[in-house]
Design a protein around this ligand. Structure first.
Ligand SMILES: Cc1cc2nc3c(=O)[nH]c(=O)nc-3n(C[C@H](O)[C@H](O)[C@H](O)COP(=O)(O)O)c2cc1C
Length: 255
């Protein structure tokens, strides 16, 4: 059984690529909406988690879900696969702790580099098209490697950690959440054509259309699906996303 979260499709693509025939693949926001936290796992069954790195840790909605999760039985093998733009920091450390609190032992932790989606801070933008394409091409090879490794149930740690991991994951992440993970700064510009794609693309169903314009409802994880999917580039996060590019998995990268 694999649980996954994805805002822009990178992690969804990875999760789908890793799922074996007949294996359950569950989208965490669907499970949350249905209030489903009880799952039976067979002795030989594996338990996996696939998610993007948010501020050098698992997204809080993933951690919150793990906290509520009740697993009946003992999985034969437990793994996490994180997708990241460039650096996971101490994602593995924190996620391992979260699983341990549930009595689960993380056997394997892997990272796959994918195009960056975070654009809400100065200097942060989507990758230039050639880099995004290169990352996507390398990701395909990596998914195949990871799939084989997971099939063999190898016990490894292969995260991408570039430096100052403690500072990033321990100190910056809490600040990032308290200062930046909120939907108040989101707004639509005059370019909005009321198509509603932002509302449809939001994995948390946090956007309602009011008089033809999006309104955010206060339970946002800043995955940026609304921003990146807008065909008019009409959604902005304060002024921070002015002149930034858009990307989602399966679309051409634009900058
Ligand atoms: C809120 C937010 C925070 C992010 N933080 C990081 C980070 O700390 N390190 C990193 O390498 N990439 C970071 N990224 C980039 C994503 O992890 C990466 O692009 C991921 O593949 C997106 O997956 P998705 O398409 O499944 O949402 C962040 C993206 C978002 C939206």
């Amino acid at each position: 059984m694999i649980f996954y979260f994805s805002g822009l499709g990178n992690s969804r693509h990875v999760a789908e690529g890793l799922t074996e025939e007949g294996e359950r693949l569950l989208f965490i926001p669907d499970a949350e909406r249905a209030g489903c936290y009880d799952y039976a796992v067979g002795m030989e069954e594996r338990l996996g988690f696939v998610f993007p790195v948010y501020s050098w840790r698992a997204p809080r909605l993933v951690s919150d879900f793990v906290r509520r999760l009740r697993i009946e039985g003992r999985p034969g093998y437990t793994f996490m696969v994180a997708t990241c733009g460039d650096d996971c920091g101490r994602t593995e450390h924190y996620f391992r702790q979260e699983l341990r609190r549930k009595g689960l032992n993380l056997d394997t932790a892997l990272a796959i580099q994918m195009p960056n989606t975070y654009v809400c801070l100065p200097g942060m933008d989507v990758d230039p098209t050639p880099l995004a394409e290169e990352k996507l091409a390398r990701a395909e090879e990596r998914i195949a490697q990871v799939k084989a490794l997971l099939r063999r149930r190898e016990r490894v740690s292969q995260m991408i950690v570039t430096g100052m991991a403690g500072l990033k994951s321990d100190v910056v992440q809490p600040l990032f959440y308290s200062l930046l993970v909120k939907d108040k700064p989101f707004h639509s510009s005059e370019a909005c054509v009321s198509c509603g794609i932002c509302a449809k693309s939001c994995p948390l169903q946090n956007i309602v259309m009011v008089d033809g314009r999006p309104q955010w409802q206060g339970h946002c994880t800043t995955c940026l699906a609304c921003y990146h999917h807008c065909p008019q580039h009409a959604i902005h996060y304060g002024r921070a996303t002015d002149k930034k590019g858009q990307y989602y998995f399966g679309n051409d990268t634009k900058k």
